[in-house]
Ligand binder design. Structure first.
Ligand code: FAD
Length: 660
């Protein structure tokens, strides 16, 4: 059976979001949610997988409330989670600048920025909580940048006309994560959090339809262990590395959420990927990662290409009137600060016209000459110094003297596990937070909103909603290692690892990762067509079949074996890629980060089809598109089932997005 034979299943609804005025819904939900008595909390164990901003803040807060938390990450320390790489900042509707910002405006901008493919209730809650996040982090000592008068400083990010992004130079994620990590460390020291670093979750244990634990592998010894709990929280980040080259940390992967999907959790909007316009262009086939240059640079840098095709003069020799500041020309209101999808496509268009710069013509200039003339080099250095240094170390070019060269790259995945307003997946007792869920961003995450969502989920939302599940769930029987569901999950894991080691073929995990990534970038990247997506869907099962014939994993499973780790993650990419392409094919409209060439306005902007596609696509797993991988996990081979969740817009009415 092919993936194209997918079925349409029953619609899905989020029945946790209360009705009523939008500004009161979160309060109402919190009031209606059942609580767990403080004295009873220590009787509940909650597994939290992940220690980034979402997982770190959730683990610390749940433990602070009195729950027993068992937490996992694959790094050697919780503080090395990918969140540490976040550069630019975090949004909050504080309106310190008195420039017209408000909770409602942040809500409005985020719904519009997501191209009307996110839930209003969730986004409004996010905007409300944004204000509390800043207070929480300041209280923890996070050193946000401050103005002369002492107030916290802000800057602007794309797609908005106010200045609401709080930052700590170009290291905002690092400082926020250190705040969450110190809160988590306090709870580790107090014995309320049992921390398992260098341990990777490889499967979910579902007992009587409820999430009751995980199977994990110690990455140093190879030991497979099981852990049981009353609820499981996945805070395992995004899956952008399915594209092989992305700005994500090298080890970020999809395994935890894909394994949960195979165990029954629906996967929502998998094709919604954010392409970030300001990354250092790729230089060749040798590369294994791309580097982001923060969006904050677009506050002061001006983006341009030569007016003439094929103009190969150095930038300093191209006079002003022979330059095309194309974003300022096409989008005069937002200029260089248009949303990321628009800036990315505009860069692709000028490069496709033959006006790109640098090797292969796959780049555009981000120029600070005006900013340096206006505010002086010292001020530019103060604001962006670490980003400039990083650029120089990577390219050997000094961006104070020559413009940076940038090009779009995969950066963030808006899709993820489907969750309701309580952040619970379709598997009762399994919650997903941060980038691992699909919840708040619609089709195009605006800058500085991922950190906001991760911390909103971890510090505020989950700790208020998980109580309701724990208080209402039927009294759970203890689950032991010889429970059939635990044994099944362990057997699946062991068999898969054994099979990977046994093939003894001639191709490395990395070569398959690169192959699938290139396929995804070509056919499911910045621009997508029905023909291209069909090609990818024909090709992916063949790559998967070849993988299981030719994969080479040296060493054994009973030791530190990074080849085995990688191969095991690539198996999941080979299935997830197929679902992403199917989702992109079925959504025959353009919206935000999902640009179908067949669906554009006359001036080349994304043309949504609200009548047909104003829904969340939640996919149910029924097996991968052939037998090769379905044999090695739960679920029978078969095409997935699509459940649609209709989106209702009562407060921000869908219009054609315009940033002109
Ligand atoms: C270069 C870069 C810059 C960015 N800058 C910004 C910014 O300025 N502002 C903004 O809002 N957003 C930014 N983002 C996006 C933002 O950083 C991420 O979306 C966010 O940090 C994700 O946080 P998270 O907690 O969901 O996941 P992560 O930080 O990715 O953490 C995932 C955690 O899960 C663990 N994990 C994963 N799988 C397993 C497993 N199977 N078993 C055990 N543990 C597992 C990992 O060990 C890790 O601890 C940026 C992203 C990139 C790539």
């Amino acid at each position: 059976m092919s993936y194209l034979d997918y079925e349409i299943g029953a619609p899905i609804r989020d029945d946790k979001a209360p009705a009523g005025p939008i500004a009161e819904r979160w309060d109402r939900r919190r009031f209606e949610a059942k609580l767990v008595n403080p004295a009873n909390r220590r009787k509940h164990t909650v597994i939290v997988v992940g220690t980034g901003l979402a997982g770190g803040s959730a683990g610390a807060t749940l433990a602070e409330q009195g729950y027993h938390v068992v937490q996992f990450c694959y790094q050697d320390s919780p503080r090395r989670a990918h969140s540490i790489a976040a550069q630019g900042g975090i949004n909050a509707a504080k309106n310190y600048r008195n420039d017209g910002d408000s909770v409602h405006r942040l809500f409005y901008d985020t719904v519009k920025g997501g191209d009307f493919r996110a839930r209003e209730s969730n986004v409004h809650r996010l905007a409300q909580i944004s204000v509390e996040i800043i207070d929480q982090c300041v209280a923890q000592g996070v050193p946000f940048a401050r103005e002369y008068g002492g107030l916290l400083d802000t800057r602007s990010f794309g797609g908005v006309q106010v200045s609401r992004t709080f930052y700590a130079r170009g290291q905002t994620g690092q400082q926020l994560l250190l705040g969450a990590y110190q809160a988590l460390s306090r709870q580790i020291a107090a014995g309320n959090v049992e921390m398992h670093p260098r341990t990777e979750m490889l499967d979910l244990v579902v007992v009587d339809g409820r999430a009751r634990g995980i199977v994990a592998r110690d990455l140093v010894t190879g030991e497979i262990s099981t852990h049981v709990a009353d609820a499981v929280v996945l805070a395992t980040g995004g899956y952008g590395n399915v594209f092989h080259l992305s700005t994500n940390a090298m080890n970020s992967n999809a395994t935890a959420i894909w394994r949960a999907h195979r165990r029954g959790a629906y996967f929502a909007n998998p094709c919604f990927t954010q392409i970030h316009p300001t990354c250092i262009p790729r230089t060749g086939d040798h590369q294994s990662k791309l580097t982001l240059m923060s969006e904050s640079l677009r506050n002061d840098g001006r983006i341009w290409v030569p007016r003439a095709r094929g103009d190969s003069r150095p930038p300093g020799e191209i006079p002003e009137d022979e330059r095309d500041y194309y974003l300022e020309r096409i989008y005069p209101s937002f200029g260089n600060l248009v949303p990321r999808d628009i800036a990315s496509r505009a860069a692709k268009n000028v490069c496709d016209e033959g006006r790109g710069v640098g090797p292969g013509g796959q780049g555009v200039y981000l120029d600070f000459a005006d900013a340096i003339a206006r505010m002086g080099r010292a001020r530019v250095e103060e604001k962006y110094g670490n980003l400039f240094d990083m650029y120089e170390r990577i390219t050997a070019e000094n961006p104070y003297e020559v413009p940076m060269r940038i090009y779009p790259a995969v950066h963030y995945t808006m899709g993820g596990l489907w969750v309701d307003y309580d952040l619970q997946t379709t598997v009762p007792g399994l919650f997903a937070i941060g980038e691992a869920n699909f919840s708040d961003h619609g089709a195009n995450r605006l800058g500085a909103s991922a950190l906001m969502q991760g911390l909103a989920d971890g510090y505020f939302v989950l700790p208020s909603t998980i109580n309701d599940y724990l208080a209402r769930a039927p009294r759970a029987e203890p689950v032991t290692d010889d429970h059939p569901a635990v044994r099944d999950a362990v057997t699946c894991t062991q068999e898969r690892l054994a099979r990977l080691l046994a093939v003894d073929g001639d191709r490395t995990p990395d070569s398959f990762h690169r192959e699938i990534g290139e396929l995804m970038w070509e056919f499911c990247g910045m621009a997508r067509t029905a023909d291209g997506l069909r090609k990818a869907l024909d090709r992916i099962p063949l790559v998967r079949e070849e993988f299981w014939r030719r994969i080479k994993v040296p060493g054994t499973g009973a030791e530190l074996n990074q080849s085995l780790e990688k191969a095991n993650r690539v198996v999941d990419y080979l299935e997830l890629a197929e679902l992403m392409c199917l989702d992109a094919l079925h959504r025959a409209e353009s919206c935000g980060g999902h640009f179908r060439e067949e669906s554009q306005t006359p001036d080349g902007e994304a043309a949504r089809k609200d009548e047909e596609f104003a829904y969340v696509a939640a996919w149910e797993f029924r097996g991968a598109g052939d037998r090769s991988s379905a044999e090695h996990g739960p679920g029978s081979a078969g095409a997935p089932v699509l459940h649609k969740e209709d989106l209702v817009f009562e407060y921000v009415h869908p219009t054609q997005r315009s940033y002109a």
